[in-house]
Design a protein around this ligand. Structure first.
Ligand SMILES: Cc1cc2nc3c(=O)[nH]c(=O)nc-3n(C[C@H](O)[C@H](O)[C@H](O)COP(=O)(O)OP(=O)(O)OC[C@H]3O[C@@H](n4cnc5c(N)ncnc54)[C@H](O)[C@@H]3O)c2cc1C
Length: 428
């Protein structure tokens, strides 16, 4: 590794790939570094049984037709589940309490509570009141489900006193489309033509002199500018050290946007077990506090996916895949009865907290600190640039948000070092 380039991009997730592509299009020389042995970062699909794909990270093309990856999927011949989109909305979500589907009256009362919570949060966000969700939602433990399950899945292990009203209130709408072969597959195919140095970990950035020096485990690289797209978990844990240190305002922004953890378990069931009538999205909970969202193969196939946050996201990950599978099978039993156990053929569990490339699932602003997303996005000394899902406000914590952040950072850099190039397009 040698020769100075215009830009070194650190991290080949959706943000880094979008940035590197746009920078190259604008005539900048780019080196894209990725610590893992694959591109995509938190976009990663695995075919764990032939024809059955499991997204370890992002799965939904949030926003459906407005998502920039929707036309990219079509361009690359990947089919989408568009018609199942309504089944992922609250209106169609099946509500299961203590292993029984709740009746219409209870459903009505619980959804009214849910609605009241969302209205209160949206009003606070609209007024610019950045406080914990718990400070504005009505307190009614008798009705707090499925609202709490939704918070667990949206914000992982963060509780309502840890989630910011502005962060939550500026979120996007329903879940959107799915990619039959996985959203991770789509990102991998879209990014496949980008030159990437895989298995190269950036360890230190020396910006004490006129050049930016990136010290990796494979040698030192130099560049005019550096774009960092790694998670705030990686930055807060000082997996990349800076000489001199980052300014206090930037370090504060990193610390104010810590990672939360949501985990998933995919359970491949005996073919034929899931009938068309069973294909639904569920919120299931028990009165002793266990809850999850369960997708019983809404978009086809034989794989159910159990998604969970709350304290279980961390404690079960710590216990290991067997404990996660057992928890997930219990949640499936809530829906199908305990006979389902003998029909589980294979399982796969994520472990996002322990994943050294991210150290969590996505960033959540501390209450009162949602404004730090904009500061995280700001450059330092016109040489250090930042992208990644955590730098976004509206589409934070998403794959397309990461993509947009990469385009934004690429434009900022190109305007500094190659101002004559044309404007960027929004798609691939
Ligand atoms: C369980 C889960 C479910 C999700 N569901 C959805 C969903 O349904 N829809 C949606 O839109 N989004 C979803 N997301 C969020 C989405 O996956 C992320 O927001 C997005 O993929 C982040 O992209 P990024 O480029 O910002 O970061 P990353 O994908 O984390 O990319 C950063 C890259 O940097 C690399 N890296 C780290 N350290 C170094 C280093 N020192 N040197 C070099 N490289 C390094 C990493 O290996 C990684 O590849 C989900 C995420 C999770 C975890």
């Amino acid at each position: 590794m040698s020769a100075e380039v215009d830009v070194i991009v650190i991290g080949a997730g959706a943000a880094g790939l979008a940035a590197a592509r746009e920078l190259s299009r604008r005539g900048c020389s780019v080196t894209l570094l990725e610590a893992a042995n694959r591109i995509g970062g938190r976009a990663f699909s695995e075919e764990f049984v032939p024809g059955e794909w499991f997204d370890h990270g992002c799965a939904w093309l949030v926003g459906g037709e407005t998502n920039p990856f929707t036309p990219i999927a079509t361009e690359h011949g990947l089919s989408l589940s568009t018609e199942t989109r309504p089944l992922f909305t609250l209106e169609h979500t099946r509500l299961i309490r203590n292993g029984r589907r709740i009746d219409a009256a209870e459903r009505k009362a619980r959804l009214a509570y849910y609605e009241a919570c969302e209205t209160a949060i949206a009003a606070a966000a609209e007024e610019g009141r950045d406080v914990p969700l718990s400070a504005v939602i009505p307190q009614d433990p008798a009705l707090d489900q499925p609202f709490r399950t939704m918070i667990d899945v949206s914000w992982g292990d963060a509780t309502t006193d840890r989630v910011s009203t502005i962060d939550h209130g500026t979120g996007e709408g329903d879940l959107g489309y799915r990619v039959h072969k996985g959203l991770g597959t789509l990102v991998a195919i879209w990014g496949a033509d980008m030159p990437v140095s895989l298995n190269v970990t950036a360890e230190r950035i020396d910006w004490s002199g006129p050049q930016m020096k990136v010290i990796t485990d494979k040698g030192t690289l130099t560049a005019k500018t550096v774009l960092i797209t790694v998670s705030t978990g990686v930055l807060a844990d000082e997996r990349i050290r800076f000489h001199p240190p980052l300014p206090d305002w930037k370090q504060e922004a990193i610390n104010d946007l810590p990672m939360i953890t949501e985990n998933k378990v995919g359970l491949y069931l005996r073919p034929g077990f899931i009938t068309d009538a069973d294909r639904a999205y569920h919120a299931t909970w028990t009165d002793d506090g266990l809850s999850a969202k369960v997708d019983t193969a809404v978009t086809g196939g034989n794989t159910a996916v159990v998604l969970f946050g709350g304290p279980e996201a961390l404690s079960l990950e710590k216990e290991g895949p067997a404990a996660m599978e057992s928890f997930a099978t219990d949640r499936l039993s809530d829906i199908f009865g305990s006979n389902v156990r003998k029909d589980v053929r294979r399982s796969i569990a994520t472990g996002w907290k322990g994943n050294q490339a991210t150290l969590g699932s996505w960033a959540a602003a501390r209450p009162g600190r949602a404004c730090q997303r904009k500061r995280l996005a700001q450059s330092v000394d016109d040489r250090f640039f930042f992208a990644g899902e955590a730098t976004m406000t509206g589409s934070k914590g998403t794959c397309h948000g990461a993509y947009f952040s990469g385009l934004r950072a690429a434009r900022e850099i190109a305007d500094k070092i190659a101002p004559a190039m044309p404007e960027a397009g929004l798609t691939g």
